[in-house]
Ligand binder design. Structure first.
Ligand code: GLU
Length: 312
């Protein structure tokens, strides 16, 4: 394979929690262990939730942990750059127009309430599978329309570098999906594909919460004429009680961690959880990259032991 090109693709909507750190660290180690290049892209499409100060803090936090990148991030003066999704909407618009020319899109004015009919089939994450109402025409002319893409007959198979084969029949397991919301904001699914393709990313390492999105993204790669990257999905880190970590729950985040631990102590703990060392020893990120081994990373979600990170 060509030289790996990986990326950090954080959403700067708050301080990173342990799950975000885990993904960033392992994405970086995977690429660096193979002599590859790393790009930093801020996924700030949801602009009001992603003020630029958060992106600045995020860069400082990544550096503090010992991670670096060869390309991307904010401008040197700390302002938004061409590696911030909020600045790239004309590229998403072009991709949308290309799909439109291929006759793959249609407008949809269904409201959330219309779609949340309890009897309708739902995806694993609880979102309803779109029943195709607006495909037949008859959209509400007085309501702003979202743009959906048709997924007719598509079964997508993806060979994940860590999790093995993922297979999804898009019409029954996903349905026609939104590429631009009715408020004009481009969907993550479209933006991430356009960006990774245009930035030459050929290795995507991210949390298993995005496994379910991967077939949709591979479908978009094909429709836009791009080669999909090699995906590697990581097990999720869960709180000691088995709960998913979330920024909004103020889960153990770097603000608290930085007061109690050195970067080597945090990296050492995350490396232990990732199966890369058999006891909790402090470790520099660069040392972890040298011995990083995908085959030792667990596949199942990982509960963070209760006393592993004591704050305060
Ligand atoms: N921006 C997404 C997140 O922070 C990651 C997207 C991706 O890796 O594809 O969850």
């Amino acid at each position: 394979m060509n030289q790996p090109v990986g990326r950090f693709a954080p959403s700067p909507s708050g301080r990173m929690h342990l799950g975000n750190l885990f993904c960033s660290l392992l994405a970086w180690c995977s690429v660096r262990s193979q002599g590859g290049r790393m790009i930093l892209r801020h996924e700030d499409l949801d602009k009001p939730r992603c003020p630029v100060e958060y992106a600045r803090q995020l860069e400082e936090d990544l550096r503090w942990l010992g991670l670096d990148w060869d390309e991307g991030g904010l401008n040197p003066d700390g302002s938004l750059s061409a590696y911030c999704q909020s600045q790239r909407t004309s590229l998403y618009q072009q991709a949308l127009e290309e799909l439109e020319r291929k006759g793959l899109l249609y407008p949809c004015t269904c409201t959330r309430a219309q779609l949340q009919v309890a009897s309708a089939p739902h995806r694993e994450d609880g979102t309803p599978i779109y029943p195709g109402n607006c495909r037949k025409g008859g959209i509400a002319p007085d309501r702003p329309a979202a743009q959906r893409i048709k997924v007719d007959g598509q079964t997508i198979r993806v060979q994940d570098g860590h999790m093995g084969e993922i297979c999804q029949h898009l019409p029954t397991e996903c349905g026609d999906f939104v590429l631009r919301r009715s408020d004009g904001v481009f969907a993550y699914q479209l933006a991430v594909v356009v960006d990774d393709a245009l930035m030459g990313v050929n290795q995507v390492v991210r949390g298993a919460d995005l496994l379910d999105s991967t077939p949709r993204q591979v479908f978009l790669y094909h429709q836009l004429g791009y080669e999909p990257p090699q995906f590697y999905h990581l097990p999720l880190l869960l709180a000691a009680d088995g709960r998913r970590l979330a920024k909004r729950d103020k889960d153990v985040n770097l603000e608290q961690l930085k007061n109690c631990y050195t970067p080597e102590e945090i990296v050492g703990r995350l490396a232990y959880l990732a199966g890369q060392q058999s006891s909790i020893q402090p470790l520099r990120a660069a040392e972890l990259a040298q011995k990083f081994d995908w085959s030792k990373v667990p596949q199942n979600d990982i509960c963070i032991p209760d006393k592993m990170f004591k704050i305060g």
